[in-house]
Design a protein around this ligand. Structure first.
Ligand code: NAD
Length: 406
């Protein structure tokens, strides 16, 4: 099993091999500024007490307050959170927003909790982290299995404890609780803006066949937007299974189907396949939008996609990166492709601090400008440095963080 933090450090060293940074700066970047571990007591509905392990890793604050989501997942541990915090520091620098990097989590399968238990756990996380977060210190947001409602509970708990009034400590809140227009779809939409720039540069077919792993916030939104642009989503998966429909999946209909059946398998006209089969399907574009370590040395040689857009964090291991690069398959790295989420989260923070509310058009226009500028810059730099897009994105981010550190 790959340790995601080791993957992250390996990516750092690989970027340094293309453009070298000072040993002191590399050491600074390879260690989080702060690692917090907590035990959250929750009284369960049956009266018993359970104790959940929670985390916050604050990786780097040279460019601004720590920023990053909170993940609720049974496999989440400190190594995963450390890797995600590191990637957030780079991602915020790639998007050129005034934020550092952090990440949080709880080891829990939220599907095993009632709504009351989930609320107690969420409030417990915010209560125990209250001293370490805040609009000018550390600004958390949603990630896998954490929702706008969870952000509201956490923000409410934090504001009650501290008296903070702007509501800018947590982002990804619902609109009625200070959320930003456009935040829900921002990661998927930002990924599509990046895709559109490279679609032209790399001469991909006018209408592409697309395979998406993960039918959650990110994968679902990206699939829907790409389908609206005339691309064909031929396969999609969630944690329970995967479906293939070569004449194209109607994403709105699949959403309805999943709501009614709590699964995507059995969607009319589709064939059930495994998640492993999905990753190696013949297609133009493969979008991993679920979890880490999905494309590894074990399956990279079998990937048939012409182009990979990483909307999940850390889906490709460094060994797989080498195989894909040697096979001429461009991989748009997570820290660029999914940076739309943290960008609009930062817009939310800014609106809360200023007491403003921007329209969806304003938000999306600002997001589009950032995604297009940074994608062009990072892609052109990869050509100039004769390296892959991940190393190029790392180099751009590291240069910006190094400047701020100095
Ligand atoms: P989500 O919880 O809304 O969705 C995750 C999806 O992945 C679900 O459909 C789930 O069923 C599926 N999944 C889980 N395990 C799977 C597996 N083994 N195979 C196939 N599918 C599986 O989470 P999300 O917010 O969409 O996040 C997805 C990824 O995007 C994560 O890596 C996250 O860190 C990253 N990300 C999210 C945001 C954001 O704004 N939400 C921003 C940047 C990056």
């Amino acid at each position: 099993m790959h340790n995601p933090f080791e993957n992250a450090l390996s990516q750092l060293n690989r970027a340094n091999a293309v453009k070298s940074f000072s040993p002191e700066f590399l050491e600074r970047m390879s260690k989080p500024e702060r690692e917090i571990r907590i035990t959250i007591p929750v009284q369960m509905d049956n009266g018993s007490m359970k104790f959940f392990e929670g985390y916050r890793v604050e990786h780097n604050s040279a460019r601004g307050p720590y920023k990053g989501g909170i993940r609720f997942h049974q496999d989440t541990d400190i190594f995963e959170v450390k890797a995600l915090a590191f990637w957030m520091a780079l991602k915020c620098a790639v998007a050129n927003i005034p934020m550092g990097g952090g990440k949080g989590g709880v080891t829990v399968d939220p599907k095993t909790l009632s709504k009351t238990e989930l609320e107690k756990l969420s409030r417990g996380w915010a209560r125990m982290m209250a001293r370490n977060i805040g609009p000018e210190i550390d600004v958390p947001a949603p990630d896998v299995n954490t929702t706008p409602e969870i952000m509201t509970w956490m923000n409410d708990e934090y504001m009650k404890i501290t008296g903070e009034k702007t509501g800018a400590t947590f982002t990804g809140k619902p609109l009625e609780n200070g959320g930003s227009e456009g935040r829900g779809a921002a990661t998927g939409l930002g990924g599509v803006y990046t895709f559109n720039v490279l679609h032209k540069k790399l001469n991909l077919p006018e209408s592409c066949t697309v395979v998406v792993q993960g039918f959650g916030n990110v994968g679902g939104n990206a699939a829907e937007i790409l389908a609206k642009q005339g691309h064909k989503i031929i396969a999609i998966s969630d944690s329970k299974g995967a479906i293939l429909k070569e004449d194209g999946i109607d994403i709105a209909a699949l959403n309805e189907y999943k709501k009614a059946n709590r699964q995507i398998e059995g969607f009319p006209g589709s064939k059930t396949i495994t998640n492993a089969e999905l990753l190696v399907l013949e297609c133009d574009v493969l979008i991993p939008a679920a979890l880490e370590n999905q494309i590894t040395e074990a399956n990279a040689k079998d990937i048939k996609a012409k182009f990979i857009l990483e909307l999940a964090n850390g889906p490709t291991t460094p060994e797989a990166d080498d195989i894909l690069y040697s096979r001429g398959i461009p991989v748009v790295p997570d820290i660029l492709a999914n940076s739309g989420g943290v960008t609009v989260s930062t817009f939310e923070w800014e609106q809360n601090l200023k007491g403003e509310h921007w329209t969806e058009e304003e938000v999306n226009a600002k997001l589009k400008k950032i995604m297009e500028e940074e994608t062009n810059l990072i892609y052109d730099r990869s050509v100039e440095l004769n390296t892959d897009i991940r190393r190029s994105a790392f180099i751009v981010a590291l240069e910006r963080i190094e400047k701020a550190t100095k």
